[in-house]
Design a binder for this molecule. Structure first.
Ligand code: CMP
Length: 137
């Protein structure tokens, strides 16, 4: 069984669609091993997205991620990393397939409703960033 990290971003939390998004994970056979609502500090957001620090969108991304609470979730299941990415759809909602989370709930490439780990290795790092071992079931 594989684990991955999902973040429901401030835009989707503000739209009150947290339950609808979590339901999609469960309907697809992924289990919620841990979940919590938190507000990231600027330091947290910069550290989490460090890999993008030289990209032109970095400052806007950080500002957006601290603009309101987020819901961070550990998902578990067979091929959890790729399954979650399929459920999310493309980063830019304009390119996301109909029926994906971003097609249905995202407004723009910045306010794109969800983040999901892009590899098994990154999933481990991202899960450890938010959760202690004793919080994951
Ligand atoms: P996420 O999966 O959280 O990873 C990095 C985020 O940067 C991405 O979703 C987008 O919300 C945001 N972003 C803004 N512009 C771009 C871009 N041109 N390419 C990739 N990600 C972008």
């Amino acid at each position: 069984m594989e684990k991955t990290l999902s973040i429901i971003k401030p835009d989707a939390v503000a739209k009150n669609v947290v339950g609808k998004i979590l339901n999609r994970f469960e309907e697809a056979g992924l289990k919620i091993s841990a979940t919590k609502k938190i507000r990231l500090s600027k330091i947290d957001a910069k550290k989490f997205y460090e890999v993008h620090k030289d990209r032109p969108f970095f400052n806007d991304l950080v500002d957006f991620m601290v603009s309101g609470p987020v819901v961070v979730t550990v998902l578990e299941g067979e091929n959890a990393v790729s399954k979650n990415r399929e459920l999310m759809g493309e980063t830019d909602p304009k390119e996301a397939k109909p029926g994906t989370i971003r097609a249905d709930f995202a407004d723009s490439i910045d306010a794109n409703a969800v983040h999901g780990s892009d590899s098994y290795e990154n999933a481990k790092t991202e899960i450890n960033f938010f959760f202690a071992t004793k919080e994951i079931f």
